[in-house]
Design a protein around this ligand. Sequence first.
Ligand SMILES: [Zn+2]
Ligand SMILES: [Zn+2]
Length: 370
Amino acid sequence: MKTKAAVLWGLHEKWQVEEVELDGPKENEVLVKLTASGLCHSDEHLVTGDIPMPFPMVGGHEGAGIVVEVGSEVKHVAEGDSVVLSFLPACGRCSYCARGMQNLCDLGATILDGMLPDGTYRFHENGEDLGGMCMLGTFSEYSTISENSAIKVDPDLPLDKVVLIGCGVPTGFGSAVHAAATEPGDTIAIYGIGGIGINSVQGAALAGARNVVAIDPLANKREAAEQLGATHSCATAEEAQELITQLTRGVGADKAIVTVGVVTSEVVTNAFNAIRKGGTVVVTGLADPTKNTIELPGAILTLFEKRIQGSLFGSGDPFADIPRMVELYQSGDLKLDELITSTYTLDEVNQGYQDLLDGKNIRGVILYDS
Ligand SMILES: [Zn+2]
Ligand SMILES: [Zn+2]
Protein backbone atom coordinates (compact mmCIF):
# COMPACT_ATOMS: atom_id res chain seq x y z
CA MET A 1 0.00 0.00 0.00
CA LYS A 2 0.95 3.68 -0.19
CA THR A 3 1.23 6.00 2.79
CA LYS A 4 2.25 9.61 3.22
CA ALA A 5 5.30 9.90 5.47
CA ALA A 6 7.94 12.40 6.61
CA VAL A 7 11.33 11.09 5.52
CA LEU A 8 14.80 12.31 6.45
CA TRP A 9 17.28 11.67 3.63
CA GLY A 10 20.45 13.02 5.24
CA LEU A 11 22.05 15.01 8.03
CA HIS A 12 20.94 18.63 8.49
CA GLU A 13 18.18 18.25 5.88
CA LYS A 14 14.49 19.05 6.18
CA TRP A 15 11.85 16.36 6.63
CA GLN A 16 10.42 15.51 3.18
CA VAL A 17 6.74 14.68 3.27
CA GLU A 18 6.12 12.25 0.43
CA GLU A 19 4.29 9.13 -0.61
CA VAL A 20 6.15 5.90 0.19
CA GLU A 21 5.44 2.18 -0.18
CA LEU A 22 4.46 0.27 2.95
CA ASP A 23 4.41 -3.53 3.22
CA GLY A 24 1.63 -5.18 5.17
CA PRO A 25 2.23 -7.05 8.42
CA LYS A 26 4.25 -10.28 8.50
CA GLU A 27 4.42 -12.75 11.38
CA ASN A 28 3.96 -11.05 14.79
CA GLU A 29 3.42 -7.67 13.13
CA VAL A 30 0.48 -5.30 12.90
CA LEU A 31 -0.54 -2.49 10.56
CA VAL A 32 -1.51 0.64 12.48
CA LYS A 33 -3.43 3.66 11.19
CA LEU A 34 -1.90 6.50 13.18
CA THR A 35 -4.19 8.98 14.92
CA ALA A 36 -1.41 11.15 16.32
CA SER A 37 2.36 11.41 16.64
CA GLY A 38 4.31 13.44 19.17
CA LEU A 39 7.20 15.65 18.10
CA CYS A 40 9.96 14.43 20.41
CA HIS A 41 13.39 16.06 20.53
CA SER A 42 15.00 12.72 19.62
CA ASP A 43 13.84 13.02 16.01
CA GLU A 44 15.65 16.35 15.85
CA HIS A 45 18.72 14.43 17.06
CA LEU A 46 18.53 12.45 13.81
CA VAL A 47 18.77 15.70 11.87
CA THR A 48 21.78 16.93 13.86
CA GLY A 49 23.51 13.54 14.11
CA ASP A 50 23.35 13.43 17.93
CA ILE A 51 21.64 10.08 17.40
CA PRO A 52 23.46 8.40 14.52
CA MET A 53 21.01 6.55 12.31
CA PRO A 54 21.26 5.36 8.73
CA PHE A 55 19.32 7.32 6.11
CA PRO A 56 16.73 7.42 4.68
CA MET A 57 14.52 7.17 7.75
CA VAL A 58 10.82 7.71 8.35
CA GLY A 59 10.76 9.76 11.55
CA GLY A 60 8.57 9.62 14.61
CA HIS A 61 8.61 7.28 17.60
CA GLU A 62 5.76 8.57 19.77
CA GLY A 63 2.50 7.35 18.26
CA ALA A 64 -1.00 6.11 18.91
CA GLY A 65 -3.59 4.72 16.54
CA ILE A 66 -5.87 1.88 15.55
CA VAL A 67 -4.80 -1.62 14.47
CA VAL A 68 -6.23 -2.13 10.99
CA GLU A 69 -4.59 -5.45 10.06
CA VAL A 70 -2.73 -8.18 11.93
CA GLY A 71 -0.16 -10.63 10.60
CA SER A 72 0.05 -14.30 11.49
CA GLU A 73 0.78 -15.40 15.07
CA VAL A 74 -0.23 -12.03 16.54
CA LYS A 75 -1.56 -12.76 20.02
CA HIS A 76 -1.76 -9.55 22.01
CA VAL A 77 -3.78 -7.20 19.82
CA ALA A 78 -6.56 -7.53 17.27
CA GLU A 79 -7.99 -5.53 14.38
CA GLY A 80 -9.84 -2.48 15.71
CA ASP A 81 -7.82 -2.19 18.93
CA SER A 82 -6.59 1.20 20.11
CA VAL A 83 -2.85 1.07 20.71
CA VAL A 84 -0.13 3.29 22.10
CA LEU A 85 3.19 2.56 20.41
CA SER A 86 6.22 2.08 22.61
CA PHE A 87 9.50 3.41 21.22
CA LEU A 88 11.15 0.38 22.79
CA PRO A 89 9.84 -3.10 22.04
CA ALA A 90 9.80 -5.66 24.86
CA CYS A 91 9.74 -9.37 24.07
CA GLY A 92 9.22 -10.61 27.64
CA ARG A 93 11.61 -13.52 27.09
CA CYS A 94 15.17 -12.33 26.59
CA SER A 95 17.50 -12.35 29.58
CA TYR A 96 16.94 -8.63 30.26
CA CYS A 97 13.15 -8.91 30.11
CA ALA A 98 13.34 -11.99 32.32
CA ARG A 99 15.32 -10.02 34.89
CA GLY A 100 12.76 -7.23 34.95
CA MET A 101 14.74 -4.82 32.78
CA GLN A 102 12.30 -4.68 29.88
CA ASN A 103 13.59 -1.26 28.85
CA LEU A 104 16.87 -2.97 27.94
CA CYS A 105 15.17 -5.77 25.92
CA ASP A 106 17.45 -7.31 23.32
CA LEU A 107 14.88 -6.49 20.64
CA GLY A 108 15.93 -2.88 21.10
CA ALA A 109 19.26 -3.71 19.43
CA THR A 110 18.06 -2.59 16.00
CA ILE A 111 15.92 0.40 16.92
CA LEU A 112 18.63 2.72 15.64
CA ASP A 113 18.63 0.94 12.27
CA GLY A 114 14.89 1.30 11.88
CA MET A 115 14.27 -2.27 10.75
CA LEU A 116 11.79 -4.69 12.27
CA PRO A 117 12.93 -7.61 14.49
CA ASP A 118 13.30 -9.96 11.50
CA GLY A 119 15.93 -7.63 10.06
CA THR A 120 13.89 -6.33 7.11
CA TYR A 121 12.18 -3.04 6.31
CA ARG A 122 8.51 -2.24 5.68
CA PHE A 123 8.91 1.25 4.18
CA HIS A 124 10.29 1.54 0.63
CA GLU A 125 10.62 4.18 -2.06
CA ASN A 126 11.80 3.63 -5.63
CA GLY A 127 13.23 0.24 -4.69
CA GLU A 128 15.17 1.63 -1.71
CA ASP A 129 14.52 0.53 1.90
CA LEU A 130 13.52 3.22 4.40
CA GLY A 131 14.00 2.72 8.14
CA GLY A 132 11.33 3.56 10.67
CA MET A 133 12.52 5.56 13.71
CA CYS A 134 12.65 3.18 16.70
CA MET A 135 11.03 0.43 14.59
CA LEU A 136 7.93 2.62 14.40
CA GLY A 137 8.09 5.56 11.97
CA THR A 138 5.09 7.41 13.38
CA PHE A 139 5.51 10.37 11.01
CA SER A 140 3.38 8.35 8.61
CA GLU A 141 -0.35 7.89 8.14
CA TYR A 142 0.16 4.13 8.44
CA SER A 143 2.99 2.02 9.83
CA THR A 144 3.70 -1.70 10.09
CA ILE A 145 5.24 -2.53 13.45
CA SER A 146 6.08 -5.44 15.73
CA GLU A 147 3.31 -6.43 18.14
CA ASN A 148 6.01 -6.12 20.82
CA SER A 149 5.85 -2.35 20.24
CA ALA A 150 2.03 -2.09 20.47
CA ILE A 151 0.31 -1.67 23.83
CA LYS A 152 -3.47 -2.09 23.79
CA VAL A 153 -5.43 0.62 25.61
CA ASP A 154 -9.13 1.28 26.31
CA PRO A 155 -11.09 2.06 23.12
CA ASP A 156 -12.68 5.21 24.53
CA LEU A 157 -9.39 6.97 25.26
CA PRO A 158 -8.47 10.13 23.32
CA LEU A 159 -5.54 8.82 21.28
CA ASP A 160 -4.50 12.38 20.40
CA LYS A 161 -3.65 12.86 24.10
CA VAL A 162 -2.45 9.44 25.28
CA VAL A 163 -0.04 9.45 22.32
CA LEU A 164 2.41 11.15 24.72
CA ILE A 165 2.56 7.94 26.75
CA GLY A 166 4.64 6.39 23.94
CA CYS A 167 7.83 8.28 24.80
CA GLY A 168 7.83 11.59 26.65
CA VAL A 169 5.60 10.64 29.56
CA PRO A 170 7.08 7.26 30.55
CA THR A 171 10.62 8.54 29.98
CA GLY A 172 10.18 11.60 32.16
CA PHE A 173 7.87 10.06 34.74
CA GLY A 174 9.99 6.92 35.03
CA SER A 175 13.19 8.96 35.37
CA ALA A 176 11.75 10.38 38.57
CA VAL A 177 9.85 7.33 39.83
CA HIS A 178 12.07 4.40 38.75
CA ALA A 179 15.56 5.73 37.98
CA ALA A 180 15.70 8.39 40.71
CA ALA A 181 13.44 6.29 42.99
CA THR A 182 11.86 9.44 44.42
CA GLU A 183 10.70 8.92 47.99
CA PRO A 184 8.22 10.88 50.09
CA GLY A 185 9.96 13.97 51.45
CA ASP A 186 12.72 14.06 48.82
CA THR A 187 14.10 17.18 47.23
CA ILE A 188 14.34 16.63 43.47
CA ALA A 189 16.04 18.96 40.99
CA ILE A 190 15.03 18.68 37.33
CA TYR A 191 17.24 20.30 34.69
CA GLY A 192 15.36 21.05 31.45
CA ILE A 193 11.59 21.30 31.25
CA GLY A 194 10.58 19.99 27.84
CA GLY A 195 8.43 17.02 26.88
CA ILE A 196 10.51 14.79 29.18
CA GLY A 197 11.32 17.10 32.09
CA ILE A 198 7.72 18.20 32.60
CA ASN A 199 6.82 14.56 33.19
CA SER A 200 9.70 14.13 35.64
CA VAL A 201 8.06 17.00 37.50
CA GLN A 202 4.74 15.13 37.50
CA GLY A 203 6.41 11.86 38.54
CA ALA A 204 8.40 13.42 41.38
CA ALA A 205 5.32 15.23 42.69
CA LEU A 206 3.15 12.09 42.54
CA ALA A 207 5.87 10.05 44.27
CA GLY A 208 5.72 12.43 47.23
CA ALA A 209 8.72 14.71 46.82
CA ARG A 210 8.63 17.60 49.28
CA ASN A 211 10.53 19.94 46.97
CA VAL A 212 10.40 19.68 43.18
CA VAL A 213 12.76 22.27 41.71
CA ALA A 214 12.32 22.84 37.95
CA ILE A 215 15.22 24.53 36.17
CA ASP A 216 14.78 26.05 32.72
CA PRO A 217 15.78 29.38 31.19
CA LEU A 218 12.37 29.85 29.52
CA ALA A 219 9.57 31.44 31.56
CA ASN A 220 6.78 29.50 29.76
CA LYS A 221 8.45 26.20 30.73
CA ARG A 222 8.86 27.23 34.37
CA GLU A 223 5.23 28.32 34.49
CA ALA A 224 4.08 24.96 33.10
CA ALA A 225 6.25 23.14 35.64
CA GLU A 226 4.73 25.07 38.53
CA GLN A 227 1.24 24.24 37.27
CA LEU A 228 2.04 20.53 37.13
CA GLY A 229 3.72 19.94 40.47
CA ALA A 230 6.96 21.90 40.77
CA THR A 231 7.17 23.61 44.13
CA HIS A 232 9.89 25.95 42.89
CA SER A 233 11.39 26.98 39.57
CA CYS A 234 14.67 28.62 38.63
CA ALA A 235 16.00 30.15 35.42
CA THR A 236 19.63 29.13 36.01
CA ALA A 237 21.61 26.36 37.67
CA GLU A 238 23.29 28.91 39.95
CA GLU A 239 19.92 30.11 41.18
CA ALA A 240 18.87 26.47 41.71
CA GLN A 241 22.04 25.65 43.65
CA GLU A 242 21.38 28.53 46.01
CA LEU A 243 17.71 27.61 46.46
CA ILE A 244 18.44 23.90 47.03
CA THR A 245 21.10 24.76 49.61
CA GLN A 246 18.56 26.89 51.42
CA LEU A 247 15.69 24.36 51.14
CA THR A 248 17.82 21.50 52.45
CA ARG A 249 19.81 23.45 55.07
CA GLY A 250 23.00 22.95 53.14
CA VAL A 251 22.56 19.20 52.61
CA GLY A 252 21.76 19.17 48.88
CA ALA A 253 19.08 17.58 46.70
CA ASP A 254 18.40 13.87 47.14
CA LYS A 255 18.29 13.37 43.40
CA ALA A 256 18.77 15.42 40.25
CA ILE A 257 17.37 14.53 36.83
CA VAL A 258 18.96 15.84 33.63
CA THR A 259 16.48 15.97 30.75
CA VAL A 260 17.88 18.83 28.66
CA GLY A 261 17.73 18.44 24.86
CA VAL A 262 21.49 17.96 24.48
CA VAL A 263 23.34 16.91 27.63
CA THR A 264 26.56 18.83 28.27
CA SER A 265 29.28 18.34 30.84
CA GLU A 266 28.24 21.66 32.36
CA VAL A 267 24.66 20.61 33.16
CA VAL A 268 25.73 17.25 34.60
CA THR A 269 28.35 19.02 36.72
CA ASN A 270 25.69 21.42 37.99
CA ALA A 271 23.41 18.49 38.88
CA PHE A 272 26.32 16.64 40.50
CA ASN A 273 27.11 19.67 42.66
CA ALA A 274 23.46 20.08 43.65
CA ILE A 275 23.00 16.58 45.14
CA ARG A 276 23.83 15.49 48.66
CA LYS A 277 26.21 12.74 49.76
CA GLY A 278 24.85 9.42 48.48
CA GLY A 279 22.58 11.30 46.07
CA THR A 280 21.89 10.33 42.48
CA VAL A 281 22.11 12.18 39.18
CA VAL A 282 19.84 10.58 36.58
CA VAL A 283 20.93 11.33 33.01
CA THR A 284 17.98 10.96 30.64
CA GLY A 285 18.87 13.43 27.88
CA LEU A 286 21.12 12.49 24.96
CA ALA A 287 24.34 13.80 23.46
CA ASP A 288 26.72 12.95 20.62
CA PRO A 289 27.54 9.27 21.34
CA THR A 290 30.94 9.47 19.63
CA LYS A 291 32.27 12.01 22.12
CA ASN A 292 33.04 12.05 25.85
CA THR A 293 30.41 14.48 27.06
CA ILE A 294 30.61 14.18 30.84
CA GLU A 295 33.55 15.13 33.03
CA LEU A 296 33.32 15.01 36.83
CA PRO A 297 35.63 15.14 39.87
CA GLY A 298 36.17 11.44 40.58
CA ALA A 299 37.30 12.01 44.16
CA ILE A 300 33.97 13.60 45.06
CA LEU A 301 32.16 10.71 43.38
CA THR A 302 34.11 8.30 45.58
CA LEU A 303 34.23 10.16 48.88
CA PHE A 304 30.61 11.37 48.79
CA GLU A 305 29.30 8.14 47.25
CA LYS A 306 27.42 10.07 44.61
CA ARG A 307 25.82 8.08 41.80
CA ILE A 308 25.41 8.78 38.10
CA GLN A 309 22.54 6.74 36.65
CA GLY A 310 21.67 6.58 32.95
CA SER A 311 18.00 6.07 32.16
CA LEU A 312 16.28 4.71 29.06
CA PHE A 313 12.47 4.72 28.77
CA GLY A 314 12.40 5.92 32.37
CA SER A 315 13.98 2.59 33.38
CA GLY A 316 10.51 1.03 33.21
CA ASP A 317 8.58 -1.70 31.42
CA PRO A 318 6.47 -0.46 28.48
CA PHE A 319 3.84 -3.16 29.02
CA ALA A 320 3.47 -2.27 32.70
CA ASP A 321 4.09 1.47 32.68
CA ILE A 322 2.02 2.53 29.66
CA PRO A 323 -1.22 0.99 31.06
CA ARG A 324 -0.38 2.39 34.51
CA MET A 325 0.09 5.90 33.12
CA VAL A 326 -3.15 5.60 31.16
CA GLU A 327 -4.89 4.84 34.47
CA LEU A 328 -3.25 7.82 36.13
CA TYR A 329 -4.48 9.99 33.25
CA GLN A 330 -8.00 8.60 33.58
CA SER A 331 -8.01 9.31 37.32
CA GLY A 332 -6.83 12.88 36.69
CA ASP A 333 -3.54 12.44 38.53
CA LEU A 334 -1.38 12.62 35.41
CA LYS A 335 -1.95 15.60 33.13
CA LEU A 336 -1.59 15.14 29.38
CA ASP A 337 -3.96 17.65 27.76
CA GLU A 338 -2.01 20.50 29.40
CA LEU A 339 1.27 19.27 27.89
CA ILE A 340 0.13 19.65 24.29
CA THR A 341 0.94 23.21 23.35
CA SER A 342 0.45 22.99 19.54
CA THR A 343 -0.92 20.58 16.96
CA TYR A 344 0.21 20.23 13.36
CA THR A 345 -0.60 18.36 10.18
CA LEU A 346 2.04 15.97 8.85
CA ASP A 347 2.88 18.57 6.17
CA GLU A 348 3.77 21.01 8.95
CA VAL A 349 6.36 18.74 10.59
CA ASN A 350 9.28 21.09 9.88
CA GLN A 351 7.35 24.00 11.40
CA GLY A 352 6.70 21.82 14.46
CA TYR A 353 10.43 21.26 14.94
CA GLN A 354 11.18 24.94 14.40
CA ASP A 355 8.69 25.73 17.19
CA LEU A 356 10.36 23.11 19.41
CA LEU A 357 13.79 24.64 18.78
CA ASP A 358 12.38 28.12 19.43
CA GLY A 359 11.24 26.91 22.86
CA LYS A 360 7.54 27.45 22.09
CA ASN A 361 6.33 23.93 22.78
CA ILE A 362 6.14 21.66 25.78
CA ARG A 363 4.94 19.04 23.29
CA GLY A 364 3.80 19.50 19.71
CA VAL A 365 1.63 16.76 18.23
CA ILE A 366 0.87 15.82 14.63
CA LEU A 367 -2.77 14.90 14.09
CA TYR A 368 -3.77 12.66 11.18
CA ASP A 369 -7.17 12.73 9.49
CA SER A 370 -9.44 10.20 11.12
ZN1 LIG B 1 11.14 10.45 22.28
ZN1 LIG C 1 13.21 -8.85 25.78
